[in-house]
Design a protein around this ligand. Structure first.
Ligand SMILES: [Zn+2]
Length: 143
């Protein structure tokens, strides 16, 4: 049997013997458990956002409410117009002047902290705000 610790009568401390806790395999398992738990936490705490923020080159250019009917928003960029469709709780890029259209293929986003990035246009769309847009929540938001 392994001695885990003993009471040091003089100092009153329980001294723990150094345990070979973190063998390489153990630490891999611990990391895996951590990753899975963090992932499941973010997965299950997904919340619908009600607002999308649009950034061009890290500068906030527009803040759109996702409540209400679908609307189209045209964002001029140096390379051409970016067409954004938003409303009914979602936002997506319909058309962008970039080559690979990764942002268009990304589809719609609706959960907070979700992002659509179009690197060639320097565009970032991210969902913020939870719950529904009403007077109370508007008052509570500090920008
Ligand atoms: Zn793009």
């Amino acid at each position: 049997m392994q001695i885990l610790g003993y009471v040091d009568r003089e100092n009153g401390f329980v001294l723990m013997k150094k345990l070979p806790f973190f063998k390489p395999l153990d630490s891999i398992i611990i990391v895996l458990i951590l990753v899975v738990s963090v992932w499941s936490l973010t997965f299950f705490t997904r919340e619908k956002g009600f607002q999308a923020e649009i950034f061009i080159k890290a500068k906030l250019v527009s803040r759109l409410s996702l409540n209400g009917d679908e609307k189209k928003f045209i964002l001029p960029s140096k390379k051409g117009d970016i067409h954004v469709l938003y409303g009914e709780g979602e936002i997506r890029i319909l058309h962008a002047p970039c080559k690979h259209k990764i942002c268009v293929k990304h589809g719609a986003i609706s959960n907070t902290r979700e992002k659509i990035i179009c690197a060639p246009s320097g565009l970032l769309i991210q969902i913020t705000g939870t719950g529904s847009l009403n007077k109370d929540s508007l008052d509570a938001i500090t920008f």
